[in-house]
Design a protein. Structure first.
Lengths: 114, 111
């Protein structure tokens, strides 16, 4: 069974440019989460999808970040325009049920904004 | 805001020794989980302990939970070089189901 896959693994962009990160969850997992880790600090929650609906987007930093989940399958996280402080590793995770506890993580997308 | 906070930030031990790291949190929880991240990889779930449990074992891992002190510990016994990784605690709040992570403990096991 394929795990959570994320693309790209690393992206380097200039400040002001746009980047789109993609996450493919484990097949059949309704719950999809985005997290971010900046500069070795804590891993912070960004948002949570249940199927195609945003269940909780309380962690989204500002309106430069837009997350979508087309048809309840893969998800994209777009940063537009990117700022220096957006640099970090963006993790996607999925789970079968909301209260199951365990999340299955992808390997992350490292974003470097110059 | 950060819910879980690991201590120490970094730990270096000799192969065969035990490694202990701690996690403190702030609000009431449904469960507490530990994850491992090898360099450049994703987080891997290690163990989950529920709020009504006090201790749990999985292979060489032992987790304790003290809800009165809002703290947990992870013990790795007989460490191996392959245990070199960052370890994160994550709490699922009783009023807020999403997982909140700390900044992690970086463990280096020397051969």
């Amino acid at each position: 069974e394929a795990g959570v896959t994320q693309f790209p693994s690393h992206s380097v962009i200039e400040k002001g440019q746009t980047v789109t990160l993609r996450c493919d969850p484990i097949s059949g997992h309704d719950n999809l989460y985005w997290y971010r880790r900046v500069m070795g600090k804590e891993i912070k929650f960004l948002l949570h999808f249940v199927k195609e609906s945003k269940q909780d987007e309380s962690g989204m930093p500002n309106n430069r970040f837009l997350a979508e989940r087309t048809g309840g399958t893969y998800s994209t996280l777009k940063v537009q325009p990117a700022e220096l402080e957006d640099s970090g590793v963006y993790f996607c995770a999925s789970s079968q049920t909301t209260y199951t506890g365990e999340l299955f993580f992808g390997e992350g997308s490292r974003l470097t904004v110059l | 805001s950060q819910q879980g906070e690991e201590d120490p930030q970094a730990l270096s031990i000799q192969e065969g020794e035990n490694a202990t790291m701690n996690c403190s949190y702030k609000t009431s929880i449904n469960n507490l989980q530990w994850y491992r991240q090898n360099s450049g990889r994703g987080l891997v779930h290690l163990i989950l302990i529920r709020s009504n449990e006090r201790e749990k074992h999985s292979g060489r891992l032992r987790v304790t939970l003290d809800t009165s002190k809002k703290s947990s510990s992870l013990l790795i016994t007989a460490s191996r070089a392959a245990d070199t990784a960052s370890y994160f605690c994550a709490t699922e709040g009783s009023n807020d189901y999403k997982l909140s992570f700390g900044a992690g403990t970086t463990v280096t096991v020397r051969a």
